[in-house]
Design a protein around this ligand. Structure first.
Ligand code: F3S
Length: 238
């Protein structure tokens, strides 16, 4: 058929801590058609070759962030990445690095979400609430626009060596979330949030490695946000 890309080999990390003495890679041959994503192939493997394969997925639209995994050495969303965009006929899939493993491609994101929660990811208001919508000038919204688009897939934090060495480091995703509220013209929790990021496990752990920018499937720039937070933290301390 004209739309067939041919046979691809999927080399997939497998480990079930309840049964397996150690991890391994299983290989599966999949006939791939034009337009198929990595997630389509994983669904095909699970549906017809090995129903025990575990991986997260939900929206299939690059919105929920559930299907982030390491594909040919790079963190990406399985539902967003088409097989035709990869080089070679062998595709290696690993779980996101840096997080504790649960099974196969499923990792424990508990610490990741605790870090997000630590920066208070909500609008803080001290003044009495207005009886109408809190409006914002377009220029103010532009300032936080890209940070708002974070889908919390965890790809950036998972790619950061500082996080690998010290999982208490808030990491780029949580710091991007902090930036999103600290620079929101409607927020009134700026000082409290700045104190949280200006901490030994906050912005100063970042060594501008840039892996986080590279890894973001939504093309956001956590590294720039962290630089902005460092400046604000310095201003606050003088
Ligand atoms: Fe890590 Fe990104 Fe900083 S990869 S060290 S958070 S620039």
């Amino acid at each position: 058929m004209a739309d067939t890309l041919g046979l691809y080999t999927f080399k997939i990390f497998r480990y079930n801590p309840d049964k397996d003495p150690k991890s391994r890679y299983d290989t599966f041959a999949v006939e791939v058609r034009q337009g198929m994503t990595i997630l389509d192939c994983l669904q095909k493997i699970k549906g017809s070759l090995d129903g025990t394969l575990s991986f997260r997925r939900s929206c299939r639209s690059a919105i929920c962030g559930s299907c982030a995994m390491n594909i040919n050495g790079k963190n990406d969303l399985a539902c967003h990445l088409q097989v035709s965009r990869l080089r070679g006929r062998t595709i290696t899939i690993n779980p996101l690095p840096g997080y504790p493993l649960i099974k196969d491609l499923v990792v424990d994101m508990g610490e990741f979400y605790r870090h997000i929660a630590a920066v208070m990811p909500w609008l803080v208001r001290r003044s009495p609430c207005p009886d109408r919508e809190l409006l914002q000038f377009p220029a103010d919204r532009d300032r936080i626009d890209s940070a708002v688009n974070c889908i919390l897939c965890g790809s950036c934090t998972s790619s950061c060596p500082q996080f690998w060495f010290n999982p208490r480091y808030l990491g780029p995703a949580a710091l991007l979330k902090a930036y999103r509220f600290i620079f929101d013209s409607r927020d009134e929790g700026r000082d409290e949030r700045l104190a949280i990021v200006d901490d030994r496990y906050g912005v100063w752990r970042c060594r501008t490695v840039f892996n986080c920018d590279e890894a973001c499937p939504k093309k956001l720039h956590p590294n720039e946000a962290i630089a902005g937070l460092k400046i604000e933290a310095l201003k606050r301390s003088v």
